[in-house]
Write a new protein. Structure first.
Length: 416
């Protein structure tokens, strides 16, 4: 099969959006001949990776808008406007390629965003969209816990999504999709509302076999060490780290030797540092800031439980990394983490009100601190779940089965 892939973000060795793009490309290229339209600034890391690990079936087409337009996306200002225009420009590149190659299928993989269109849906071939996310929302009762910056962000995000429902190109992409993948049930509902006929829930997040093996070498920590919780991610209002810190303050009164690490950087750091002081947690909470990913995974192995109280998160990659390392997860029963984490691999807390979440997070911390045997059991099940459901190789096999239903006359044989 000849497959055209739209991957604005596509970069080897990264997580999040760039990792999604690269890993889907790797998996599709194991079965079919693919042409990938991506950003020109991805060329150097892609070509370096191809020297080490060639993908004979993959052909990369690097496209960017004129230089004078690129200032929009600097420091993430106007990145969505730039992306929208990039998608429009990529269509004309794709149309020219299609005249030359006669593609059997078009697949949009990044951005993982349902509320901005893929103009490649206009090509006269079956169009597969996603996984796409962004339909998740923080429960309204939590708005009072956000900073002014966070409140403005949520209002603007809601406005952008509302406008998207009237965007004829977004609606066209939804209606022309032979199949769409949504990261969560919330996004699935929004895609149906846009006119998408067939939508399946599929997590955007995954880990390579090498990552799973490396993380799997971590051993459960002995009881001789202080019980240690960790949260990892950008320090943003939507991550809910303030809720976790308040819960830790309640929990810590019964486990005074315990510690809470936060790894990441962001605009909420000063607010969280002030909160730690107000809660008399100085010396108990450590802010590590932004550190290289290799060190993040090393730090993860030094902790007992990951706390990830995100209020709207399509993916939740760090949950998978923790699970692969045998680390149980405490999260909210929202978004992507709610799909990844089960009762056998961690504890999910309902998100009804801030006070209720803080109390139940503290109770979950208490349960896992009090029962080392349960932590080990949860960690073992977590590793098994990641290998079975979130390994990129497994996701690739699943996707190829989907391809065969969309273009049934074309077979495929795995080559890597």
């Amino acid at each position: 099969m000849k497959v055209l892939v739209s991957a604005y973000a596509c970069e080897p060795g990264n997580g999040s959006e760039p990792g999604v793009g690269w890993n889907w490309v790797r998996q599709i290229a194991c079965f079919h001949d693919i042409w990938v339209i991506t950003r020109a600034n991805n060329r150097q890391p892609i070509e370096s990776a191809l020297v080490k690990e060639p993908l004979p079936n993959a052909h990369f087409v690097y496209f960017d808008l004129p230089r004078w337009m690129r200032f929009w996306k600097k420091r993430k200002r106007g990145v969505h406007a730039y992306y929208y225009l990039w998608q429009a420009g990529a269509y004309f590149v794709a149309r020219k390629l299609h005249h030359q190659m006669s593609f059997d299928l078009v697949h949009h993989v990044t951005f993982v965003n349902y509320w901005m269109p893929s103009f490649l849906a206009l090509l006269p071939v079956p169009f597969l969209w996603g996984p796409v996310g962004g339909g998740e929302s923080a429960p309204r009762s939590f708005m009072s816990t956000f900073s002014l910056r966070g409140k403005i962000y949520e209002v603007m995000r809601d406005l952008a999504r509302a406008i998207a429902h009237f965007d004829p190109f977004v609606r066209l992409a939804a209606r022309r999709a032979a199949l769409a993948f949504s990261t969560t049930q919330a996004t699935q509902n929004r895609l149906h509302a846009l006119g998408c006929q067939k939508v399946l829930v599929l997590s955007e997040a995954g880990l390579t076999g090498e990552e799973i093996r490396n993380l799997g070498t971590a051993s459960p920590r002995s009881n001789n060490h202080p019980f240690r919780l960790v949260s990892i991610g950008n320090l943003l209002h939507l991550k809910g780290f303030g809720l976790a810190m308040r819960a830790f303050a309640q929990f810590q009164s019964g486990f005074p030797a315990s510690e809470y690490w936060l790894i990441g950087e962001g605009p909420e750091r000063r607010r969280l540092e002030r909160l730690a002081g107000e809660l008399a947690l100085n010396g108990k909470v450590t802010f590590w800031g932004r550190i290289p990913r290799t060190r993040v995974l090393e730090k993860l192995a030094e902790c007992d439980v990951l706390v990830h109280p995100s209020l709207h998160d399509s993916g939740g990659w760090v949950c998978l990394e923790a699970m692969a390392a045998g680390c149980p997860v405490i999260c909210l029963n929202l978004g992507g983490p709610a799909i990844q984490v089960t009762e056998e691999t961690g504890i999910k807390v309902s998100a009804i009100s801030p006070k209720q979440v803080v109390a139940e997070l503290a109770a979950a911390m208490n349960q896992l601190a009090s029962d080392p045997a349960r932590r080990v059991k949860l960690g073992k099940s977590a590793r098994e779940r990641v290998g079975k459901h979130f390994a990129w190789e497994r996701k690739g096999d699943f996707l190829m089965g989907i391809y065969s239903t969309i273009v049934p006359a074309t077979g495929a044989r795995k080559t890597c």
